[in-house]
Design a protein around this ligand. Structure first.
Ligand SMILES: Cc1cc2nc3c(=O)[nH]c(=O)nc-3n(C[C@H](O)[C@H](O)[C@H](O)COP(=O)(O)OP(=O)(O)OC[C@H]3O[C@@H](n4cnc5c(N)ncnc54)[C@H](O)[C@@H]3O)c2cc1C
Length: 271
């Protein structure tokens, strides 16, 4: 049994094909539109702009005679997309996160987000826990300098109860392995049946992990819901770490998120 910290890895994102983009823009006659380089522009800013501008053919004036001026600045263009809730353009770009040391409390809630999200989560039917059942100590029972002596004591007692509960779970899990003489089993099918049974005695606080992919619109929605003061503490903690990575990776699409009383809030709630 070990205490662990949730970990966020941003492992993949949509990759634009610049040659094909140029071919497409030439085909539709957008010959004056300068494709921003990969060095100067994120994939989100690029694809959201290309998709948004396709709607009105607003890459340059003259292409659609109704368009007499165009926004050259991508940041201003994307601000306008967020302002006008033209959110479907954000769905063209995916980012993939690997999350580790998150609990089943976290995944049970996070996995409720279905629209625009793909999930692959560690399977307790296959993974066995005889080595260690790890868990995160929630922020609400971590030590803080601001605590009164009573709260400090209550937190210390709670941590001890958590410790005891997880140690007990681990012992029970090992007892089950022995009861079924698990080591002697040869067939994978038999092992799977038993690990599937044993997982029932593990508490929701157990650390697990997986891979989550979301399009930019879905991610904005998830962060709006889950980085707020009303959200469960672990999901808020992890979602806030994910959001910080996205603000760095896609500043145009996420810069309207700002901190208020310690929690991230977007300027544009529904895009
Ligand atoms: C503070 C909080 C408390 C919660 N408490 C509970 C609880 O007690 N019990 C419980 O069961 N759940 C609870 N939830 C989960 C909540 O009900 C949602 O299931 C979860 O937040 C997923 O969000 P979403 O519905 O926006 O889905 P997403 O899949 O993230 O969808 C994004 C948006 O797409 C649209 N959309 C998605 N699917 C459909 C659809 N099928 N039809 C029409 N429009 C769709 C909606 O506009 C939706 O907001 C809670 C969530 C929060 C944030």
């Amino acid at each position: 049994m070990q205490h662990v910290e949730p970990q966020v890895f941003l492992i993949a994102k949509t990759a634009p094909d610049y040659q094909q983009i140029q071919g497409w823009l030439d085909f539709i006659g957008a010959d004056k539109f300068e494709i921003p380089s990969a060095e100067s522009t994120s994939v989100g800013s690029l694809l959201v702009t290309l998709a948004g501008k396709r709607c009105y053919l607003s890459y340059q004036t003259g292409l659609n005679l109704n368009v007499t001026k165009v926004r050259q600045d991508l940041t201003a263009f994307i601000d306008n997309i967020l302002e006008s809730a033209h959110g479907s353009t954000l769905e063209h770009v995916n980012y993939t996160f690997a999350l580790e040391n998150v609990s089943r409390v976290f995944t049970a809630e996070f996995n409720r987000h279905r629209a625009g999200i793909a999930v692959s989560e560690g399977s307790f039917r296959y993974i066995r826990f005889d080595e260690h059942i790890d868990y995160w100590i929630p922020s609400s029972i971590q030590e803080s300098a601001e605590d009164s002596p009573e709260i400090r004591q209550a937190k210390a007692d709670s941590r001890e109860i958590f410790e005891r509960a997880f140690a007990q779970m681990q012992e029970n899990y090992r007892d089950l392995l022995q009861t079924w003489d698990y080591e002697s089993l040869k067939q994978f099918k038999e092992k799977k049946k038993l690990t599937s049974l044993f997982r029932r005695i593990i508490g929701m606080g157990v650390a697990t992990g997986g891979v989550w992919t979301g399009n930019l619109r879905a991610l904005r929605h998830v962060f709006t819901m889950r980085c707020s003061a009303e959200a469960e503490e672990e999901i808020c903690y992890v979602a806030s770490m994910m959001l910080e990575r996205m603000i760095e990776a896609e500043p145009d699409v996420f810069r309207d998120f700002h901190k208020e009383n310690g929690y991230w809030r977007p300027k544009h709630w529904k895009v």
